[in-house]
Design a protein around this ligand. Structure first.
Ligand code: MOS
Length: 741
């Protein structure tokens, strides 16, 4: 049952519109609506406030600015970790540190009244010159204290990179740049807060119920039992919903102040300004090699945008640390503070933009050497982790490369760039590899059998569209020997056992491993009760021989239905908790490098006249442990690959360096692929079981699909045209002047 490509158990609810998202909860009474006013300057301060017109506007219940908003707690400087549970105070200062920063908040009877009144809040500012340009401010770069919340080191060094690079027979030394990218979920960020006495229920669109809970409690300074979080259905996240934002804090504060439900939904333009972004990066990659293609030097120096409202630095410089066997290596991270909103996680933080740079550079090296790019990678496959010296739990990257080459028809590629022309199109093939870490974090899941025999699994884990409901039903169905469709999965409530939610590719394996353990514990309780129960056909039998199937517990030829057993022995039902700990405490995570891998392939056509790039085909071959559901896993991988195509060719949030705003802050102007942009895409998952990861043999595969996908396309564009674009995305104005005649 685990691994079967069954369709989503919540699919019918989704397609019939009966899955209730947080802004769609109506049984709590008619809510008031909040609207956030954002600063129209990038750096400066508020010097005058007039709210009288807004307050007099029809339906208005409340107008807040920093002068009258309720007091909130500030982040504790000592707080470590990813930071999504830290306080997030809003409307607490006259200082403006980025465009769009909340400066006023209006609550009214209807959404239209709130928006109208918001436009009547009059604020005067003094503007101070802001820093908005990463390249211009690079001389002011600093070494950040932590990268990726302290998960990884900012720098690493093995051997002597400088000497080895200088002595290398073949050298690649290039700068690659990646733009600001947005994790724009289809469902915008939103919150509905309902107070009942001194307790609130907060319906919020979040990837992590526990972090939403912790952030709201820590910001308001209320006790944990005062806040209940509900996030039953979440319309995408991709990192931007790991933490809750101004909509959540203001909805909860206003609902308390007014003693009425308050709903706040961010407008799409506000999601661009208020919900984080993937920081832009400048990446210098140095590769030194012998003439026969052995890497002797690997250097990766990353400069990344930071902000004045909280630092967020992606672990981009970590991506190459486990990749190729070069004896001399150095990776560094530097940050540049800008007056832009703080960055946040965006799918495959660090690894996605790093792979654009490193895998482009590897293609440049292959070209310089005259070696096939697949062969170059295979020649530099490491025996052990090249920086840590520990073995890989499983790697099989060479197998992915060979399998992908065979399926893709790589032998048809012409190594010389600009050598295939089909009418007005230049045609080219490209490839790249993907690597992504596998993580775990403390997670608990409860499995119970109700008095009537119903099987239920509960966790505060979320399903952000990825298939969590379904894979948990499969794991518990198998664990208790019932059809997966008979398992009721209850997610997204802070009252349920806690998890870090969906993120970092860890949600599926965290929650499923914990559920698996819960089933094991529950089976043990059932077996113990049955063999001790004189009414049971299993009475007195050997517990070690017990099995479950078809809704029955069996020992040898004797069996009893779970429903009967529970009715006899557990009239109030029976449950068990399954838990996993932090990966820091797991010896396998110290002894082995646990990653997922992939080989990405792309075929492109470039219009010889206009420079337009059209994708023809994409293929990814991945090894990522056991798949929990081959259908939903494949969808994750394909979704990642499409995002990789988007990063290569389309996506870029452009900063207006006069005001510090993202100019193209809607989904009409921020380009993402439409169906017509995406051709045949296939993802192959090699059979695998990584026993170092967990007893399910499964690893996180949510993010490996985006890694390397964009570089495969960039490399295909080079193969098609001979033009190397190192400034992503590869748009036609960068190609056109350089296309062969
Ligand atoms: Mo992911 S970027 O950790 O949601």
């Amino acid at each position: 049952m685990i691994g079967s490509p069954v369709t989503r158990i919540d699919g019918p609810l989704k397609v019939t519109g009966t899955a209730t998202y947080s802004a769609e909860v109506w049984d709590v009474g008619q809510p008031l609506y909040g609207s956030i006013v954002g600063a129209p300057i990038g750096h400066g301060r508020i010097v005058a406030i007039q709210t009288a017109r807004a307050e007099a506007s029809p339906g208005v219940q409340l107008v807040w600015t920093y002068r009258n908003a309720p007091p909130q707690h500030a982040p504790d400087e000592s707080a470590k970790g990813l930071g999504y549970s830290c306080p997030y105070p809003v409307l607490c200062s006259a200082e403006i540190q980025h465009y769009g920063e909340p400066v006023a908040f209006v609550v009214a009877e209807t959404a239209e009244q709130a928006r109208t009144a918001a436009s009547l809040v009059e604020l005067a500012y003094t503007s101070t010159e802001g820093h908005y340009d990463l390249a211009a401010r690079e001389p002011h770069a600093f070494v950040p204290e932590t990268v990726q919340g302290g998960f990884v080191a900012a720098e690493s060094s093995v051997g002597d990179l400088e000497a080895a690079f200088a002595a290398a027979q073949v050298q690649i030394d290039q700068l690659y740049t990646t733009p600001y990218e947005m994790s724009q979920a289809l469902e915008p960020h939103n919150t509905l807060a309902v107070w009942n006495g001194d307790k609130a229920t907060v319906y919020v669109s979040t990837q992590s119920v526990a972090w939403a809970h912790a952030r709201i409690c820590s910001t308001l300074g209320v006790q944990p039992e005062q806040i209940e979080i509900v996030a039953r259905y979440v319309g995408g996240g991709f990192g931007s919903k790991l933490g809750v934002h101004a909509d959540a804090i203001l909805a909860v504060l206003a609902a308390r102040a007014l003693a009425r439900p308050v709903k706040v939904v961010l407008a799409r333009q506000q999601v661009f300004q208020l919900a984080g972004q993937r920081p832009a990066s400048r990446q210098r990659v140095r590769l030194g090699a012998t003439a026969d293609g052995q890497l002797t030097a690997f250097g990766h120096d990353v400069t990344m945008k930071a902000s004045y409202r909280g630092d967020y630095i992606e672990d981009t410089a970590a991506n190459g640390r486990g990749l190729y066997a070069a004896p001399n290596r150095h990776t560094t991270t530097r940050a540049v503070a800008l007056h832009l909103p703080a960055g946040e996680d965006v799918r495959a933080p660090g690894d996605a933009p790093a792979s654009l740079a490193i895998e482009s550079a590897m293609d440049e090296l292959a070209h310089a050497l005259g070696v096939d790019p697949i062969e170059l990678r295979i020649r530099n496959e490491p025996e052990v982790h090249p920086e840590l010296g520990i073995p890989f739990s499983e790697r099989r990257l060479a197998e992915c490369l060979r399998e992908g080459a065979r399926r893709f028809g790589w032998e048809r590629r012409r190594p010389a760039p600009a050598s295939v022309r089909d009418g007005q199109w230049w045609v080219g093939y490209g490839m790249a590899v993907a690597i992504r870490g596998h993580y775990q974090a403390p997670t608990s899941v409860r499995v119970l059998i109700e008095p009537d025999g119903g099987v239920v699994v509960q966790s505060d884990m979320t399903d952000i569209g990825t298939g969590t409901y379904t894979i948990l039903s499969q794991v518990v169905g198998e664990g208790l020997g019932v059809p997966h469709t008979a398992v009721r999965v209850e997610l997204g409530r802070s009252a349920f056992p806690s998890s870090p939610g969906s993120g970092g590719s860890w949600g599926a394996t965290n929650s499923c491993t914990a559920a698996h353990r819960a089933c094991t514990a529950l089976r043990a309780k059932l077996v113990a009760a049955a063999i001790a129960d004189p009414r049971s056909p299993l009475h007195g039998k050997d517990p070690a021989a017990a099995t479950v199937a078809n809704g029955r517990l069996a020992i040898g030829d004797a069996s009893e239905s779970l429903a009967e057993l529970v009715e006899h022995c557990f009239p109030n039902g029976v449950d068990a908790l399954g838990s996993i700990g932090d990966f820091d405490e797991d010896p396998n995570h110290k002894a082995y490098a646990l990653n997922t891998y992939g080989a990405q392939f792309a075929e492109v056509r470039v219009d010889a006249v206009t420079g337009e790039v059209r994708l023809s085909r994409m293929l990814g071959v991945f090894v990522g442990g056991r798949m929990l559901n081959r259908l939903t896993a494949r969808s994750q991988l394909i979704g990642g690959m499409i995002w990789g195509a988007s990063a290569a060719l389309l996506e870029e949030a452009v900063v207006d360096t006069r005001f510090g705003s993202f100019i193209n802050r809607d989904l009409a102007q921020y380009l993402v692929p439409a169906h017509a942009d995406i051709p045949e895409v296939d993802a192959i998952m090699l059979d695998s079981f990584d026993d170092k990861a967990n007893e399910l043999g499964a690893k996180g595969i949510g993010e490996v699909g985006i890694c390397g996908a964009g570089a495969a396309i960039a490399n295909a564009v080079f193969n098609a045209t001979g033009v190397r674009v190192r400034d992503f995305p590869i748009t036609l104005e960068k190609l056109l002047p350089r296309l062969p005649r």
